[in-house]
Design a protein around this ligand. Sequence first.
Ligand code: C5P
Length: 400
Amino acid sequence: MLERKKILLGITGSIAAYKAALLARELQRRGAEVRVVMTPSSIEFITPLTLATLTGHPVYSDFTENRDSGEWTNHVELGLWGDAFLIAPATAQTLSAMVTGACDNFLMAVHLSSRCPVIAAPAMDLDMYQHAATQANLEALENRGVSIIQPDSGALASGLDGKGRMAEPEAIANWLENWFQTKAPLNDKKIVITAGPTHEPIDSVRFLGNRSSGKMGFALARELQSAGADVHLIAGPVQLNDPSGVQVTRVETALEMHAEAMKAIKSADIGIATAAVSDFRAKTTSKVKWHRNEMPTAIELDENPDILYDWGKQKRDGQILVGFALETDNGIESAKSKLKRKNLNFIVLNSTADPGAGFGTDTNKISIFEQNGKSHTFDLKSKDAVAHDITQLILTHLPQ
Ligand code: C5P
């Protein structure tokens, strides 16, 4: 149930840190990939070597990897790696630091850099747990969207008996499984997304192309992946890194993108075409660079296949297809006609006339037209926020 889930495990300085080894083991046994960050005080309870050996990956507890050479550990990359950041055990001190945003050790820097959901499994003595300050911290964290895995009641290391024991590793793994299942609405859905431009060669160095950056498609891939979907991104030539947890196929030309997309759509529940596919390719291309005097004065073109149209022709019952339309004029009319012709559930229109929308920008301003006649307009927002809006609309189209 935790297959391919990336769990960033944060260990802080409680005696329950010894259980973190069993927890890492249990998460891996259920298919998760685990990376570990530790606070300096947790190292007093369990060695990084234990966790590094169990997970097969280095464990990080410090900003510098090698003081002599000045090599440092990138907390931002680690913070972005996980599908979930599980802090177990979470001490009273760490919970309090999380509330204030303190950043006095490596784990706290990762906490501030992480974009994935944060989950904490508190572990402390009964009185510390019951203290109004701790309870207020837990409440503040929950209000901020941090999930808390309730501690157990029972014998505590202090000799006291009561609530404060970290939940058992198996219970934490069960909790996570349940959380991925219930909080991740697209959990069992396969989604294929086309993104970026295509480059159609003219000779070995020149091509026909467009200015699409691929940012919208990549933002959607990230958003849908974190909503639990199994995402396959087919990307043309773009300068963007693979989103974490997403299967990425890189292509150059429209014909390559078409071949990959037609294969992928067969098993997909949802297809989203954000790619700015070149409508034409050169009829003949040269394997070597044309010199100026060899360059033809006219290039004959062949039409490329329309990937989304071909998806629309094979659309299965219950399958959801989403298209994009980048228009310079007559936007609404043109988008609505594409919606129908390509057999889509809805089409997302962005206009080059809107500043901050369309190719290359980090923002977008969209309208959406549905097959059922409904339409929605949105303000200018980041492409990540636009991806969220589109995801919410996809959820309403899922077959019940
Ligand atoms: O280019 P056009 O405005 O028709 O694009 C509308 C939609 O069709 C977009 O979602 C685009 O990704 C898709 N498309 C495609 N293959 C093409 C052209 C467009 O999938 N050859």
